[in-house]
Ligand binder design. Structure first.
Ligand code: B1M
Length: 213
């Protein structure tokens, strides 16, 4: 019988082989893919996020848990697509222009994917023009900007200004984060949301998507 509690545990304890095995088993038994996603994988990642916030897990544990989930997702993704399960929302994420740091941004992307968001990752050193083009092309609702350098924080403001100039500002919600970024800075540049860490980024993205966190 499908073991979704065991699947969640496999994510929390970062047991990749078990996570893949239980995901395949649940698919073979005909469990609905959104149930496998929400009651197995996302439930596990939620606990990982809580443990990260409580300083019970650190960056390596979260990264490995997220990778475990991604391996399980490789089996589930085709079934989800076939079933037409809608993602929570589409998120375009990137580290802003001039900034090459991506460890935190990748962690945020993985946690968001773990929470059911569809992620379009533009990478690092992303210009305002590239963010604008991606929003136009992908029709995403949320844009997530990361910066690790005080010298690249102004690029967040420039990116929001570029959305304004392109007439896109009302169509999207912009969230910002990264070690030097604060709620005050987010307010100052007119961002819609801020999160201090990857687990809180999930709560912020859910709020921006209109989903109860
Ligand atoms: Co650089 N670097 N670095 N660096 N680097 C810092 C950031 C620095 C604080 C080190 C220091 O001087 N003490 C300093 C910045 C100082 C400042 O601006 N005030 C610095 C500097 C100066 C530089 C260079 C200029 C060094 C040089 O060349 N002279 C250079 C700049 C290159 C560039 O970007 N143009 C540089 C280069 C590099 C490496 C390439 C060597 C490497 C990056 C590798 C990579 O990312 N692939 C690197 C690293 C690793 C660091 C440190 C050591 C670690 C950063 C990190 O990955 N942390 C960092 C010092 C430090 O933090 N101790 C440092 C772990 C990561 C999980 O945390 O990224 O904060 P973090 O992400 C967190 C939160 O911030 C949040 O969630 C994450 C998880 O909880 N978060 C978001 C992040 N994005 C978010 C987005 C959200 C929400 C939350 O919503 C959208």
């Amino acid at each position: 019988m499908a073991d979704l509690v065991g699947l969640a545990q496999a994510i929390i304890y970062r047991d990749q082989a078990k996570a893949e095995e239980l995901t395949k088993q649940a698919i073979e038994e005909g469990v609905a893919p959104d149930v496998i996603l929400n009651e197995g994988l996302v439930a596990g990642m939620n606990v990982v996020g809580q443990k990260f916030k409580a300083n019970e897990f650190y960056v390596p544990e979260v990264l490995i848990a997220a990778r475990t989930m991604q391996r399980a997702m490789e089996h589930l993704r085709p079934v989800l697509i076939e079933a037409g399960t809608e993602p929570v929302a589409k998120v375009i994420i990137g580290t802003v222009k001039g900034d090459l740091h991506d460890i935190g941004k990748n962690l945020v992307a993985m946690m968001l994917e773990g929470a059911g968001f569809e992620i379009i990752d533009l990478g690092v050193d992303v210009s305002p023009e590239k963010f604008v083009a991606s929003v136009q092309e992908k029709d995403a609702r949320i844009v997530a900007l990361s910066a690790l350098l005080t010298t690249t924080m102004p690029a967040m403001r420039d990116t929001i200004a570029a959305f304004d100039s392109a007439g896109l500002r009302d169509k999207i919600r912009v969230m910002v984060g990264g070690a030097p970024v604060t709620q005050n800075f987010a307010d100052e540049i007119g961002a819609d949301g801020y999160a201090p860490d990857a687990a809180s980024a999930v709560d912020t993205a859910k709020q921006l998507a209109g989903v109860t966190a």
